[in-house]
Ligand binder design. Structure first.
Ligand SMILES: [Zn+2]
Length: 625
């Protein structure tokens, strides 16, 4: 944490140990409310709906493959985890009885962040219901929402403000308002609010919206009495995406009060340099900032004020262009460092998974405003494949997840457990693996985007279209799309040709076996216009090649990639004290897909996909030459 307060790493040692992308899909499914007034006097006023719409998460079903495997493990955990244990501190906080065993980790009764995981759980259960249609997830969440509603109703009798809902006393809010030490109270409240909104949007839980609206009124009442200077001082303490969830609530309800409250969480110290296109991120706690920027793009949608969009776009360009490692993650020791410091910032605490969770949320939203920028999707694929997919332990039936992904030579992934971690990344981990369907496809009125190569089936209800995508990507560099049901009208199918493909010559696109005479420039969408019929089959094949990707601060330090797949050296139980020196001309394919052999430090080493490398030490970066 910034400003000398208790850091997460510190707290992690002490204890032993924000809002679904799918929300955005739900938001676009609802008509805009008429008569919206400006966020600030004299400011532009209109909502700006993204030109590209997301599908509801419930319109996409994963088919068997590594993403579905991860989802299934997280689903097992969501079914297993005892909600009463996670509700224990909420109930005790308002004097309601609870005999449940308290949780450990960051949910322990004496940890100031307690309650955040219950919010993540609500989002994850909403996504699990939407992604699978299994009403057991909806029912489990419904019981949690009812329990939270009872806690909220008991708040005044416990001496708290009307609408207050938390697992810690309201005095934590006094402390953050007064500049006294406290961990991150609004961070936690954001998770609960986002979970409630997701329950409403994805699981149709009306009580969740009622609880959220009452809680938002409490936030407004608390912040009504603070001066701008006092508010801005308070915003130096991590507050998650408070501006995001309140802007989203405004987009859902049309109630101007929520937008007014949202803008109170616009952090000028962060927003102003970004609006002036200045990278002043060095030294800031990374994941404290990213949710504020997701809030900015939602505030752009809510208000039409271009400044919000400029802030979000410049932030993305800056972070992805100058602060991002080969696996799509950012931060070392949870902080941003000097621009382009990558080779000089390798450790066991690189690339916190929450940061990447949040960058993916930001990325998909920016793509929806500018679908010509394939670099958004290239980043999305890289981070999803090389960090998020590999952040879950495949040996764990409950889908235990990583906090950091270590990128120092000799690093090894470590994982959460059932009840004694509950770090931030445990929470976003529950969310990551229940929403893989959210960015594979997007659409406009007359075009369908196929962005990611993940086995899945899309149902586009408005167009009567059912499309099945079968692929073993990236093991095989191809995908096959079958129209299972067609509406009988013309539709443009926009297939992503990634920037990593080994030249336009290596791309082959067929429709019903007939090669299509289309230009397949790497880093573009190829458009196929047709009246689609049931039984039509589109096949896309792409060439992959080996690349050695230099770090910006040291061209002799490189990562090895095959197509989009980041490769890492398998070092078993052997620790390393320095980057291994790799002989690039020794890289040789083995008979096994995506697996290579090479000489490094005068020994033979196997390089395999980093996302699939677990329970052994690895090297992602190499010294070349
Ligand atoms: Zn985290």
């Amino acid at each position: 944490m910034t400003h000398g307060r208790l850091s997460r790493r510190h707290a992690f040692r002490l204890t032993g140990a924000a809002t679904a992308a799918s929300v955005l899909a739900g938001l676009t499914a609802r008509p805009a409310t008429a008569g919206v007034s400006p966020a600030q006097p004299g400011a532009p006023l209109a909502r700006v709906a993204p030109p590209v719409a997301a599908f509801a998460l419930s319109d996409v079903r994963l088919l068997p493959g590594p993403f579905a495997d991860n989802q299934n493990r997280t689903l097992s955990y969501l079914s297993f985890v005892d909600a009463d244990r996670l509700l224990h501190t909420f109930r005790r906080n308002v004097g309601l009885p609870s005999t449940a065993t308290p949780c450990g980790g960051w949910e322990a009764p004496d940890v100031e962040l307690r309650g955040h995981s219950t919010g993540h759980l609500l989002t994850a259960l909403a996504q699990a219901f939407a992604s699978t249609g299994d009403s057991a997830y909806q029912a489990k969440a419904s019981r949690i929402v009812s329990a939270l509603a009872a806690c909220q109703a008991a708040a005044p009798a416990a001496g708290y403000g009307r609408g207050y809902l938390s697992a810690y006393p309201e005095s934590f809010i006094d402390r953050v308002e007064n500049g006294q030490q406290v961990w991150a109270p609004y961070y936690t409240l954001h998770k609960i609010m986002a979970g409630l909104l997701d329950q409403y949007l994805l699981a149709g839980n009306q009580q969740a919206l009622d609880v959220l609206v009452a809680k938002a009124a409490w936030v407004k009442a608390r912040t009504d009495r603070l001066s701008t200077a006092r508010l801005q001082a308070m915003l130096r303490t991590e507050f998650g995406g408070m501006n995001e969830v309140l802007a989203n609530l405004y987009l859902v309800t049309g109630d101007q009060n929520h937008l007014t409250t949202a803008t109170r969480f616009d952090h000028a110290e962060i927003f102003d340099p970004l609006a002036n296109r200045l990278d002043r991120l060095a030294g800031y706690h990374a994941n404290t900032q990213i949710p504020k920027i997701i809030g900015a793009i939602q505030e752009y949608q809510a208000t039409g004020q271009a400044r919000y969009r400029d802030i979000a776009t410049f932030f993305w360009d800056t972070v992805v262009g100058h602060h991002t490692y080969a696996n799509g993650g950012n931060s070392n020791g949870e902080h941003f460092h000097a621009p382009d410091a990558i080779a000089s910032q390798l450790s066991d605490s690189t690339t916190e998974c929450c940061n990447t969770y949040n960058m993916l949320k930001l990325t998909r939203q920016l793509f929806r405003y500018d679908p010509s920028r394939i670099d958004y999707l290239d980043y999305y694929e890289n981070a999803l494949l090389n960090q998020i997919l590999g952040s879950q332990d495949p040996a764990s039936a409950h889908g235990f997840v990583s906090y950091y992904v270590p990128l120092r030579a000799g690093g090894i992934k470590t994982y959460s457990n059932d009840y004694d971690t509950f770090w931030c990344c445990h929470g976003t981990g529950m969310e990551n693996h229940t929403k893989f369907g959210d960015t594979i496809y997007f659409h406009t009125d007359d075009a369908l985007y196929v962005n990611l190569f993940i086995p899945s089936e899309l149902t586009w209800r408005d167009r009567g279209l059912v499309l099945r995508q079968e692929t073993r990507f990236p093991t095989q560099p191809s995908t096959r799309l079958t129209v299972r049901q067609a509406g009988g009208t013309a539709l443009a199918l926009r297939l992503r040709v990634p920037s990593w493909v080994a030249g336009a010559d290596s791309v082959r696109i067929t429709v019903n076996g007939v090669a299509q005479p289309v230009s397949a420039r790497p880093g573009s969408h190829v458009e196929l216009n047709r009246v689609w019929r049931a039984g039509d089959v589109v096949e896309l094949t792409m060439g992959m090649s080996l690349t050695l990707e230099p770090t910006p601060d040291d061209a002799s330090v490189r990562a090895v990639r095959y197509g989009p797949v980041l490769l890492a050296g398998e070092y078993g139980g052997s620790n390393l004290t320095a980057l291994p020196r790799l002989q690039p001309d020794s890289l040789t394919a083995t008979g096994q897909p995506l697996v290579f052999r090479a000489r490094a430090n005068n020994a033979s080493v196997t390089l395999s996909p980093f996302h699939a490398l677990h329970h052994q030490r690895h090297s992602v970066y190499w010294r070349i030459g």
